[in-house]
Design a protein around this ligand. Sequence first.
Ligand SMILES: Cc1cc2nc3c(=O)[nH]c(=O)nc-3n(C[C@H](O)[C@H](O)[C@H](O)COP(=O)(O)OP(=O)(O)OC[C@H]3O[C@@H](n4cnc5c(N)ncnc54)[C@H](O)[C@@H]3O)c2cc1C
Length: 464
Amino acid sequence: MAYPKIDDDIRTKLEAIVGAKNVSFSKDDIEKASVDESPLEPHPPAVVVKPGTAAEVSAIMRLANEKLVSVVAQGSRTGLAGASHPIRGGIALSLERMNKILEIDEENLMAVVEPAALVDDVHKAVEKVGLYYPPDPGQESGSIGGNINTNAGGMRALKYGTTRDYVQALEVVLPSGEVIDVGGKVVKDTTGYSLLDLLIGSEGTLGIVTKATLRLVPKPKHTALIYAPFESTHDAAKAVSEIIRRKVQPFALELMSRHAVETVERYLERKLPDDTHPAYLIVGVESNSESELSTQLETAGEVCIENGAVDAFIADTAEKQRQMWESRKAVYDAYNTFYELDEADICVPRGRVPDFIDKLAGVEAKHHVQIVPVGHAGDGNVHCNIIRLGGTDKEWHEALEASISDLIDLSLAMGGTVSGEHGLGYTKRLYLVRKVGAMQVELMKGIKKVFDPKGILNPDKIWG
Ligand SMILES: Cc1cc2nc3c(=O)[nH]c(=O)nc-3n(C[C@H](O)[C@H](O)[C@H](O)COP(=O)(O)OP(=O)(O)OC[C@H]3O[C@@H](n4cnc5c(N)ncnc54)[C@H](O)[C@@H]3O)c2cc1C
């Protein structure tokens, strides 16, 4: 479908809705809105519009729907699948002005926030009153609206689940401009189809989130972590399965290879406690009682040693733990500083992580790339950094796509999935059908049509 240009009439109407200073054609704003954190080439919008209220979002959508202008909601643009790229130009709807934490409701254990509130700000605000918002996607500057629309996971998903499990209610502007409220502050709700669940993870294709109510839990009192070096990645992966089998329930179980450790050390210019072994596990545990914390640490440490760890360094002070998590969270930036790469964010059943890791060497050899598995091994969401080893640009892009395709096939053959947490966006959209089949793709397209009959909201995403 052809979308029209932003003519003077549309511009004047947009300016009347949000004020001239919030309708930007500046080179700087357009460039920023053209990309996310994926390696996808830029797709510039025709205009960047910055609403400040749900009523303004509604008026913009009404206008766009009438004029058939494509609209892409943008949070912090830290996505890794090109989901916020304005593929067809049109309006980049930057929610950046709607960033307030509106309420922390200690009676109901909930927080009400605007969509561009940063996840890090939500963490800090609720922790001040002894509460905890468990989802902890690695990129702390991601927005709650983006987290909800990608169903972001992160390190604590192993124990607590993903963003989906902490969204209670949403205010959403539909492509027609109508505003709906789904969910509520109730703990139980079996009233009709769950549109709330449908909207979560919909990658900005069904509606614009303008307010979110999030579920909170009490903050655990004590935390500690283990940093365990292993003689092989396979052993580290086996220890992951065994820790889970022994019912320790860490909040994080992260895998780092020596390559990842060295890359982070080089980037942060700081040493980790050990960098001479092929693989490392970071095991994070927490509890309200110190004795329970010690038991968890002991069991997790024992399992690591039984499975080939040569040591188990314990970080029991807040500062040591902060440094360790900072190192883990710096992996993405470190790799992007020193290498050309993309990432496959497959997720396999946790028990298959060792098998999956063993098969990476075959993909490396077949496509002449280096594959470094990093990340959320405890929930099976092993991020595979696929690194360029040489060749022409064309050869590299072909090798990258073929590697991603093979990794996805490996994951699917093990009962896994295409994306654990980054979503399909634009870059992984062609793989949806492999996971769900043609029938489910048609059902999804039907749902999209009901929400967005004119196809103006974030076109070209999720399926091919
Ligand atoms: C270093 C690094 C580490 C990361 N670690 C993790 C991790 O551990 N776990 C994880 O899950 N992700 C991770 N990510 C990916 C990214 O941070 C998440 O996908 C995040 O949820 C994106 O939020 P955002 O605000 O940047 O959204 P954007 O990139 O701006 O948008 C993402 C999608 O959400 C839609 N959207 C945004 N706001 C709204 C709204 N208000 N209404 C409707 N649609 C909206 C967009 O249209 C788009 O489809 C990481 C990224 C980086 C760069």
